[in-house]
Design a protein around this ligand. Structure first.
Ligand code: FES
Length: 286
């Protein structure tokens, strides 16, 4: 079979992307996109800001994160596992640490926060939406409009602090632990005062656990763990099996699961807060 190498388009002006060189891409004066390319970075920025704002409020709330006193074993994902002394009032304790004085949510958020912040998909999202670097394909990099400025040279992720993005593969192991904990929470959500039951909240917890697993297992680090470092996948049928199934559909739809799991975390916490604070009643289905 003849392999035809694609040559760079001669009709598109611009600087090639090279580490240590001037920022690549087309010059600002050239408009190569005719579509509404601004829409996606705006929507992504809006979505991420909503999540950051909501999560900050949820963490600072430091209350109504467990609905056990109303007969529902629903624990907010922002507070799970509940490790500190303040959780003892909730009756749902993993740790009982008395030395921790502020909201226990901060203890939890650091792990999934590190996992998501260094995720390849989210990196692309905030590089484009917040740093405009570049805001979209075939659009000038915001740094390239500032020749001689701090961002005029392209360094990729080779320097501090962006070189820290390499910890992503290690944060994946913590993410697996947290996915397991949220699975336990989903099982606990079936526990009702007089036995096993099913409430609307239970469905939210199950959906959340499924989406978290879909996002976590679709991670590029997981894909590499399954099939990376092999010369021939066909010689390792077990690893090939796992690689194939985390690649398609999980890795293939990683962006979709990133957003769906993010939204499910907010919705589940909001629901637990509404139930735990007595604002709404959790309808029991079975
Ligand atoms: S690449 Fe997105 S979670 Fe790893």
């Amino acid at each position: 079979m003849t392999v035809v190498e694609e040559s760079p388009r001669q009709d598109i002006p611009g600087v090639p992307v090279r580490i240590g060189q001037a920022r690549g891409g087309p010059p600002r004066s050239q408009v190569l996109r005719r579509d509404n390319w601004r829409l996606q970075p705006i929507l992504v920025a809006a979505g991420l800001l909503v999540f950051i704002g909501y999560s900050t409020w949820a963490a600072l709330r430091n209350g109504d994160f467990y609905a056990g006193h109303l007969g529902r074993d629903y624990l907010s994902p922002y507070y799970s596992p509940c490790l500190t002394h303040s959780c003892t009032t909730a009756g749902y304790v993993w740790g009982g640490w008395s030395w921790w004085r502020i909201s226990p949510a901060w203890l939890i958020l650091v792990f999934p926060g590190a996992f998501r912040t260094t995720c390849y998909y989210y990196r692309k999202s905030y590089y484009r939406s917040f740093w405009l670097s570049p805001p979209a394909c075939a659009v000038a990099d915001a740094g390239s409009t500032n020749p001689g400025g701090v961002r005029s040279r392209y360094t990729g992720e080779t320097l501090f602090p962006l070189i820290l993005q390499n910890v992503h593969r290690f944060t994946w192991y913590f993410a697996v632990i947290f996915a397991g904990i949220l699975t336990w929470d989903a099982i606990a959500a079936f526990r009702f005062p007089n036995g096993i039951g099913l409430g609307v909240g239970t469905l939210l917890f199950v959906a959340q656990a499924v989406l978290i697993w879909a996002y976590t297992l679709g991670c590029h680090a997981c894909r590499h763990l399954c099939g990376g470092g092999l010369k021939r996948l066909s010689k390792a049928p077990v690893r090939h099996f796992f690689w194939k199934h985390v690649s398609t559909p999980l890795n293939h739809h990683h962006q979709l699961f990133a957003w769906c799991s993010l939204i499910s975390i907010m919705v589940t916490d909001l629901y637990v807060w509404l139930v735990a604070s007595g604002t709404i009643h959790d309808p029991r289905i079975i």
